[in-house]
Design a binder for this molecule. Structure first.
Ligand SMILES: Nc1ncnc2c1ncn2[C@@H]1O[C@H](COP(=O)(O)OP(=O)(O)OP(=O)(O)O)[C@@H](O)[C@H]1O
Length: 294
């Protein structure tokens, strides 16, 4: 087992991790969509190729008998490529479950999940791990940086572990976009929370993943640092064409997105393009009243 958590870095140092790398096997949240909840038929049409990820008629049921919980109830949703999508909804509405299923971190009870054209629900564990490593980026509420490595080493770690050389030009673009050029030799303890999260964002983007799942990325940050990180995520979408899905409880954070997907009781109940914090807050108030989902 121990062998699995030891990695040789390019300079021959050996990194030992107490646990598996969480940025490959993360718990988190998000996803998203076009303008209205997408039907399984629409998801299958030829033009659906501009979707970075899709859930088709996905249900997820936990437990059985009296303990049975339907966390996702026949969800069909597409995540448009090159857009910033936020997922919101009341506690227990299924946001994390949807993200875990979309990112291949949890199995579905029925239905299909695709990243690009690859159906995750058909892959064995080994292929699924490789797909997550090579095609998906993750950002978590806890930054999950390796404390003994510098900012730059943290950013390139997933590629070092995968034995891939970073694309120098792209790496420079990412580093400049997150504004970390003069902090690359610092260790995480020498960086502010906002800077650490920007390192984590750069790590997620450095390998040019098809999609980034961000799980409450500003949950541990003060509002100013949170705004920096959200501004960076948004510019990575606008300027670099990245696809990002973010789960958040914060209407101000959702306002940075292009599109908000609302979940309630395991179903997609609404969506909002060009969101503002006020409009999102107003929509969320509707969920406080029983029976006011739709
Ligand atoms: N492992 C599990 N076993 C049993 N029930 C679960 C499990 N995980 C989630 N659930 C249930 O599934 C439903 C959806 O949970 P989920 O965590 O996806 O909601 P959420 O919208 O992310 O909530 P929050 O905003 O509080 O994080 C809830 O009723 C939850 O209790």
């Amino acid at each position: 087992m121990e062998q699995a958590f030891r990695f040789s870095l390019p300079d021959r140092r050996v990194l030992r991790l107490a646990r598996p790398c969480r940025f490959f096997h993360p718990p988190g949240s998000f996803l998203v969509t076009n303008t209205a909840p997408i039907t399984a038929e629409e998801l299958n049409r030829p033009g659906a190729a501009d979707l970075a990820a899709r859930a088709q008629d996905v249900s997820k049921v936990y437990g059985s008998g009296d303990a049975r919980v339907v966390a996702l109830d026949h969800v069909s949703v597409g995540i448009p490529r090159g857009r910033f999508t936020a997922i919101m909804g009341p506690s227990g509405s299924g946001k994390s479950t949807l993200m875990h299923c979309m990112a291949g971190l949890d199995s579905v009870s029925s239905g299909q999940v695709l990243i690009g054209d690859v159906e995750l629900t058909r892959l064995d564990d080994k292929r699924l791990t490789r797909l997550r490593r090579d095609r998906i980026g993750f950002v978590f509420q806890a930054f999950n940086l390796v404390p003994t490595l510098t900012a730059l080493e943290n950013i390139t770690l997933p590629m070092d572990i995968a034995g891939r050389k970073p694309d120098r030009e792209w790496l420079d673009t990412v580093i400049d976009t997150v504004g970390l050029r003069d902090r690359l030799r610092h260790r995480p303890s020498e960086l502010s929370g906002g800077q650490q999260q920007r390192v984590a964002c750069a790590r997620a983007l450095a390998s040019r993943p098809e999609i980034v799942f961000a799980d409450e990325p500003t949950g541990n940050l003060d509002s100013r640092s949170g705004a920096e990180v959200l501004g960076f995520l948004r510019s990575s979408v606008r300027e670099m064409g990245q696809t990002i899905v973010m789960v958040t409880h914060d209407p101000a954070a959702a306002a940075y997105s292009d599109l908000v997907l609302f979940l309630s009781d395991g179903r997609v109940v609404d969506q909002m393009g060009d969101p503002t914090a006020e409009k999102v807050l107003e929509r969320m108030k509707g969920f406080d009243r029983p029976g006011s989902d739709a």
